[in-house]
Write a protein that binds this ligand. Sequence first.
Ligand SMILES: [Zn+2]
Length: 301
Amino acid sequence: MNRLVTWITLFLLLLLVQIQSAHADLTRLAENVYAYVGTKDATPARSFAANAGIVIGRDGVLVVDTLISAKEGARFLADIRKVTDKPIKYVVNTHTHLDHAFGNCVFARLGATVISHEADQAMLASKGADMLKSVGNYGLKPEEMEGTEIVVPQLAFNDRLSIDLGGENVRLIRTSPSHTEGSLVVYLPVEKLMFTGDILFSDFHPYLADADFDGWAKTLDALLAMEVERIVPGHGPLSTKKDLQAMKEYLVLFDTKAKALAAISQDAEAIAAELLKVLPKRSLAEWMIAANVKGRYLGKK
Ligand SMILES: [Zn+2]
């Protein structure tokens, strides 16, 4: 009987470990820096597996990106509360695509100041409400968006902004238009850490509909020249500089080949199949290739 109880306890413990590891917990990258990274569930309801993170200073917490909905933002907040009870002072949107900014409302309700680049502040202000109404186009169900409200960043900057969190200096840098016009990186010089938002997709086919290819290449060159050892990409696992280089190669190849193929065909699926043969291997979001072809090379759907 005792042995049976032991086995059952052991089984339940193993089950608990399994359940916990199925959820993305915060990964500690440095003393005061954590990332929400490496989620493999790329469904719309799980923010297309977008990454996020936090920096904790003496005075409070800075949150990097807020996921796709109030539900997702609340899940993130609950995990933040497992590691710190300090006030959440700032939210930085690396850019204002829905999977990085529609959870803003959860943190704004706590009194956090939301920050982005001016161009992405303007993009969310002009398109956010319509996007929220048409989330069905992105594969989201109304119940998954329950409680979600658009919160446009209250504070915006042009090229650089430094934030002193109390013992923790956080730098926001935007070099050129890239993934979006105002895509920025969050840089921690002491830790040699960087959150790139969607300027970097690792092991993940990137979303290119709003891309500025020349500016994106310039931005990647600027990041490659910086002192950085570990990078949290917008989607995909924890990365390094070699992934920035791979991203640049992917973009150049995609743009060159897609232009050539679109000149002789208007069939997005056929073009995507050809592109897949030559593009670097990525294990997630293969469907994105055809979406990018439709969005950028064949005009409007
Ligand atoms: Zn994006």
